[in-house]
Design a protein around this ligand. Sequence first.
Ligand code: BG6
Length: 620
Amino acid sequence: MCGIVGYISNNSPASCENVAKILIKALEKLEYRGYDSAGIAILESNGEKKIHMIKTKGHIKDLCALAADKFSTLENCRAGIGHTRWATHGEPNDVNSHPHMSYSKEIALVHNGIIENYLELREFLTKHDYKFLSQTDTEVIAQLVEYYYKETHDPVKAVRTATNMLQGTYALAIIFAEHPDMLIAIRKDSPLILGLCENRNMFASDVSAMLEYTRDIIRLSDYEMAIVKADSVTILNRFDEEVEKTPVKITWDANAAEKDGYDHFMMKEMMQQPTAVRNTISRYANGTRIDFGLKSITREYLKNVRDICIVACGSAYHAGVVGANLFEKALRIPTRAQIASEFIYSDPLINENTLTIVISQSGETLDSLQALRKAKELGSKTLSIVNVEGSIIAIESDDCIYTQAGPEIAVATTKAYSAQLVVLYMLLGHILSIRNDDASIESRYLSECMEIPAMLESILEHKEHIQHLASLYQNCESIFYIGRNLDYALALEGSLKLKEISYIHSEAYASGELKHGTISLIKPGTLVIASCTYEPLFEKTLSNITEVRSRGAEVIALAREGNTKLESVADHCVWLPKCSQMTGPSIAIVPMQLFAYYIAALRGCEIDKPRNLAKTVTVE
Ligand code: BG6
């Protein structure tokens, strides 16, 4: 959604330019979270105790130019805050960008999240003669903090009183001109992580912003407030009692946040898929057994569970559709995948007999977090499948299975999605093995999973064919993805990849359903991408391909090698290695990812940071 960062140091040089450089560099690592505007505010620590602020619509590189102009001569500055924005309240422009200052200009803050009662609070402040410059909910928070600071002259009390009045989500970084030796950080639902260093401290929405300075981090929990000084960090719980939290050491490598010679993070991460899958398998494979190390969800529970609901957003939801399909078919218990934002308000039939599985790469998507909380409220056991260790969804679920994809920077997920699928395959094998009291089932599922990495590698080694197909269809106005059963779930993800990064309109359609209306949109030249990996319905999909071709569509078909019938009905065939029925979606998604990538590249799109998107959306 947005990225926020705070920095304070006793190191030299104590110059505004130096603090600005560090804040901007940290924000560059957070740009994937939102990039329609950016800004920083810096505390002058001696003399007149002033806050200096620059902010602008546009990317962070536009901020660098402003900083060079405004901050080059300012001395005695040791602390500051920064923000990169994905607009929610108020269009992306200079006034609406963060930081926002209080009326007196003595307080500045940046915010990630959404305040739902901000209009009511704005009205309250207006009655007390406060004026507003922007349309944002964030400026209301700044004014509210000032309102209570004027009453108490205590930054901690002012922040606590003000934030206790907020309804919604927030991660805040706050500075007070009269207190240049400290920053305040506080969160509810939006991520905020402290980075502990020698003689300086930081905090940010994501570890990647601080890796250059430290690997010792502390994740704040909801309502916790941190008073961050250059040589100390004090953490208060919601009752303002000091709490001790043990730092965690981050182990993944710093270059994870670098492109390593690839044109885009997305290509790097597509190429990392074999490793992501291999690492995920080996993390939970124990010889021929599968061991997720579940603590709260027991074997007994898995033996008797009678209902499974998989909840997620975006690509994680599409992984869930594959999972639900496979689970219901194999376990013979009702298993459904639901979109998190629909699930929360659908009065779902969830109870203590339901296992709710929440899938999330970031572990911070608010829709998925709220769905998790709803499921727990209804008595369901909750299991999360998450890529970011220690994220709020991982912490709040009864048990969590971490995918081992490593940090994923490109907004359009690839390697995390592939790792989610393999966790679902292994989880299915694990549950099936328990319910049938048969260890050989796990061994069979494991060996099917272990075939995936080499198959992915073979596809990635021959990506030129996909690149050629992309060149033929880069100017399409609309592209249809069709398939049945597992291939329909695959079509959902293939279509989303194309939409996310190439901005071409696309629809995924159950190919048996196309004739009931939407086939009216098929006209000569329409491109249809047909997935035919699900063998039991191969013939039926073949006839669906014939249906669209007879109406002038051009068809790219994906199928396992050897299905030569396809050559007579499709314009182009993308042959896949002979994978198992279960792992078809893991194999066939890679040509679709590559197709979307190459079309987007030919169309000159911002592949890693597509317009209007953010890697993690922490608003409902
Ligand atoms: C969207 C991202 O905002 O959130 C998608 O653009 C992603 O790529 C979806 O699949 C869910 O995110 P997460 O982190 O919960 O898997």
